[in-house]
Design a protein around this ligand. Sequence first.
Ligand code: SF4
Length: 311
Amino acid sequence: MTTAEIATIQDEVRALARERDAVILAHNYQVPEVQDVADFVGDSLGLSREAAATDAEAIVFCGVHFMAETAKILSPGKTVLIPDLDAGCSLAASITAEQLRVWKTEHPGAIVVSYVNTTAEVKAESDYCCTSGNAKAIVEAIPADREILFLPDMFLGVWLERVTGRKLTIWLGECHVHAGIRPDDISRWQREAPDAELLVHPECGCASQCMAFANDRTHILSTEGMINFAKASPKSRFLVATETGILHRLNKEAPGKRFEAVSERAICKYMKMITLEKLLGSLRDWKHDVTVEPEIAARARGAIERMVAIS
Ligand code: SF4
């Protein structure tokens, strides 16, 4: 699409959203033209807060399915739409509610902390939800004598053990995009860009190695943390180890600085399923309606609200 065609569709999207009293929320990994038309762009935690606080009649969620489900759980009276129902998540798919129920019976009395990248049914079986932005605070808030079952991301779990000094029982799930960023990618960049600061998402396959060999140029941060860090830093060059969609927001919010992806292959095909045309179709045809069974939603809401209360 040309720049003019993109601008025309963005105008139509904005007009329809106004007319239908819909707020557009977009994750940091969305394509640039979707980020640019959204009312709010952020990470999972920021989007959850916006979903809970909005006065709009409807939420159009430009992200993956579990995120739209979370918005529905937090705003059950609102219509929540997702432009493509197939926008899933390999990490959320790595554990089912049935698998979690079995795991819990093997660890009676343990506290279950679930990363937000889980289905509503898994959240309903959890005591706490967390995001990479608040996982450390959640784990630290749990009494030291309680066993913690952490799921589903093993890399985030290992990173949490290191930063909290706490032993966790960790589910061996992973995100195929972040797991694909390997220690070799990091070493190569550290050799090639010795003047750059390294920003690493804790879900990365390289995160635990980065922690082991951390120097003062290495920063393990959530996507929102990366943006805040880059804006405040006096440094001008940054290597970024997460999904490449974040580069658009970094360039926008910290203009004049240089951001480069550690791995150009770090692209989430699920996040990229949401296009500007599908967003327009979603607003025009009022689709696809995201639903969560009320009893599941009520139990999942408890885990999310306990997270929001701590962070
Ligand atoms: S980047 Fe990974 S964790 Fe995020 S939505 Fe895509 S598959 Fe899921």
